[in-house]
Design a binder for this molecule. Sequence first.
Ligand code: PGA
Length: 243
Amino acid sequence: MRQLIAGNWKMNGKLAEVAGYAQAVRAATLHADLLICPPFTLIDRFAAALAGSGIALGAQDCHANPHGAHTGDTSAAMLAEAGARYIIIGHSERRLDHGETNAIVAGKTAAVIAAGLTPIVCVGETEAQRDAGEAETVVRQQLAHSLPEGFAGVIAYEPVWAIGTGRTPTEEDVAAMHAAIRAALVEKLGETGKGLLILYGGSVKPGNAASLLALPEVGGALVGGASLKAEDLLAIAEAAPRG
Ligand code: PGA
């Protein structure tokens, strides 16, 4: 199975950057699937710039309802219309900044699936939780309550303390957590759980990508800071093992 290398631009990026970035990623020959998740304002422009390239587009959040009186929110169907095929749900920055609980994440994830898109559901422990030896329990709890019935999509394991810090867990810790996530997915979803991609996210860079992406049960990466430069995201995709 090809790995998925997903770039999460967060609240960064301007219209003027789209053409150059799209041109750079279009020019590459890749053996991993590439996904760009820019802010909402750039999705439509990116969709035009990447048309026919096979490079997918995604969004970073959506509302749980398809439409209605929700000032400032955007639905999965609207994002699909703009060109998104994936939506990141429950990123730790959303859980923290916007008080998104597992129940809210489950509702949004169900909405993404109902709109015919693929959710990327984020889970991960804080540093205090890891230090207390609770990392696996926390992540299992998040999975148990963040995934709606009949879930089909992608999971991203992102230790909160590794996001944007330049720090990553040891290879053993990543492998152990991915194995635990796989076991939880199979427990909850049966056969479907065996085939879902589990991404690692948190300070993935060109320099550490090869060793992280080679670990068992790692199916790709969710890349924040390093995705803002096309050459860095492409270098990470280059480092993915051939599936
Ligand atoms: P980072 O962010 O690569 O900048 O650590 C990852 C993420 O938050 O998805």
